[in-house]
Design a protein around this ligand. Sequence first.
Ligand code: PLP
Length: 393
Amino acid sequence: MQINTNYANLQDSYLFLTIAKKVAAYTQAHPENKIIRMGIGDVTQPLVPAVIEAMHKATDEMAHKETFRGYSPDQGYDFLREAIQGYYAKRGVSLKLSEIFVGDGAKSDIGNIVDIFGEDNRVLIPDPVYPVYVDTNVMAGRHVSYLDANVQNGFLGMPDENMQADIIYLCSPNNPTGAVYNRAQLQAWVDYALRHDAVILFDAAYESFIADDTLPHSIFEIEGAKRCAIEFCSFSKTAGFTGVRCGYTVIADELVCGETQLNTLWARRQATKFNGVNYITQRAAAAVFTQAGQQQVRDVIAYYRKNAAMMVEAFREIGLWFTGGENSPYIWHKVPEGMTSWEFFDSLLNRAEVVGTPGSGFGKNGEGFFRLTAFGTHEDTAEAMERLKKLLR
Ligand code: PLP
């Protein structure tokens, strides 16, 4: 027996573990004090009524012989794929049902997509970014090179002709930086990918946080993208499905390598290794796209957005460089001069009793930066910003 020795090349994922340990030690020493947690990217508001109603109804259907459902169709039920198709159509993106794949969340699909690509691809991943892109490629034994994101480029790395890349990961709105590519920037990426026969793996998990109408929600809003991009999206942040689990991946027929359509490989991969999302969850996800569902999820997003707006205002007052917050649930800010990300974490915890995420945990370019999330309550966010202003002004 041999193990996959590539696992030895993974960096220890100590980020959230270390945060949890530090917070636990502080709480033990000061049990009476209130710590405000702005570190974890999980949602806090409950599922909306339209979703709950659909789940109850679907559960009742499962209780009767006539309406009981077993295995889901491989790519998901038509009723959900039609709803997703309608959602894209509103932005002028026309998709065939066969191009939409329902899955149990963006993380699984992003992690599993590496199965359909050959070993020798050159992989380009922004730094800093959501760590799953790097780790899944390291597990598969692929060499990864990094695209620097920094203050100079507004944490939005752009292509240059000397770059060597076959598979390019883009995340917009970005986790952790909250930065969002505009149309011209995404067009430059699509043009690069088409010229170099590369594929863009586009993570749109936070698309519903985009408030500025000029910014693209989907890479397929960009001319030529169907020929070079795969898009991943999720109900997690859009509709609070982090614990329910549902997402979707879009691969257009136009995306080919030689004679092979990539969506046929993904269909084969999913049919072999995945047995579909349960009926109740797919009904719940479809309810997100009803008129009532859309209104209700928009209200929840508006709630988080109000938190983000409070954070943006506070950081303008504080005067530290930051990005994000306006079209994203994340604020990414510079730590005070002379401090590392972890030193700032300790100072924030010990002196303001606020918890955030050190930017260095997302890649080398994250050193000297810090991520705060807007997923808390208004009351906690307001209090945390007052504490930050006191600490930093
Ligand atoms: N993509 C990004 C950029 C994320 O930040 C996350 C979760 O935080 C995911 C994907 C995973 O989403 P899901 O809950 O659908 O697996």
